[in-house]
Design a protein around this ligand. Sequence first.
Ligand code: NAD
Ligand code: G6P
Ligand code: MN
Length: 442
Amino acid sequence: MKKNAVVIVGAGSTHTPGIIQSLLQKKDEFPLRKLALFDIDEKRLHLVYDIMKQFINETYPGLEVVVTTNEEEAYTDIDFVFAQIRQGGLKLRSSDEKIPLKYGVVGQETCGPGGSISYGMRSIPAIIHIIKMAKKYSPNCWILNYSNPAAVVAEATRREFNNERILNICDMPTAILLSYSKMLGLDSWQSLDPCYFGLNHFGWFTALYDKEGKDRLPELREMILTSGMTACSDKHHKDKDWQKTWKQYAEIVKDYPDFLPNSYLQYYLYSSEMVAKMDINRTRADMVIEGREQEMFAEHKKYLESPESYKSPLQEFTVFGDFIVDAASSIAYNKGERFLVIVENNGAIPNMPADAMVEVPAYIRSWGPEPVSIPAIPTFHKGMMENQLASEKLAVDAYFENSYDKALQAIAINKTVPSTTVARKILDDLIEANGDYWPTLK
Ligand code: NAD
Ligand code: G6P
Ligand code: MN
């Protein structure tokens, strides 16, 4: 069995320990010959490595490990790039959330003006740069990208690279699948084959087949309508704030019982209620800084107290880590496993544009994803998707054309935004907040 060289880009991320743990636990399915960790922030990079090195050394004695802020070193002789950067850090995530809220509009990491447009225009150049470097030093490598906003990033990488050997992914549908499987008493998210269509953070499950081929969605819908979401997925998606999402989830199913939604639809279908629940002085970025990030710093403090005897923490299972390693393994060994991924439509959803980046099931082969095609989708879902797709495409146009007007259109057309006057105010504030992270819009 050939072995793999992986570089984690954005290795200082709070999610990196989870990825490393999955890589180590899946040593038999996806053996490593080299692990490189790359970040632009040297301190964070070493912090994560400090926490994980005991576990790495124990699992893979003698493994070649490269911990670097040097691009050539990071990307040379690599088979898989796992990218999960946050361009502008949590500080700009906080602005993305607070600026729209100031005008009574949803302030969210990946949804609405702060998500698809602000974070999108910031992420695009950084991801394009990473992919160029990866392809320069390892022309045959595969790039698996988690960096958000995945929908907008996927559209930009489609235009720039035709998405050759690039797969954009999101853990949300899989995390929701994990909740479903727990509620149905099944042992893992792989126990269900999902039928699903949409855009990233904007889709619907239409069927959930178990290994006997029985669609369990009707049974699950009844459970949700009667008792709500009684199981939540992994550690990441069950803190106090995420619990609110799972509560709202049952409300979406009550109003729209035909399919089961991606939880992110709450921001589009109940925008004003979501705004009413948000606090401009304490948005999700603040909670992450006080929560997940603090936990990581506290763990590092333990390491510093006694580096010699420190044992890497065994985290609770994370969908984020397992999903990316399983997808890479399906590519590396041509397994053809079925995952929900973001791909160019090309007829998979027949009544959506061919060049839309959609989220659908695909069989993952060594030559790439083979998407599953479905019958035409209903008017409601199609209308919602076309509107959101236009906003995402306009955000990417605004980036490539340096266009203020396209950026304004991207915001004004977004379902979360009530008027052009508000859109313009938000855009002007975002231009200021993003500074050099954005191109100069003309
Ligand atoms: P984080 O701030 O904890 O970590 C991000 C890391 O990226 C930091 O160490 C930072 O220094 C580094 N970084 C920033 N810009 C960089 C660049 N240009 N090149 C290399 N490294 C860079 O963030 P996080 O909360 O762990 O999230 C990381 C990313 O993963 C975000 O984009 C987040 O939205 C995304 N994410 C995506 C999914 C998904 O479903 N697609 C799920 C979870 C997280
Ligand atoms: C889910 C989504 C990601 C998103 C994350 C935010 O996992 O799929 O795309 O980045 O949630 O979670 P957080 O805890 O950082 O708010
Ligand atoms: Mn996601």
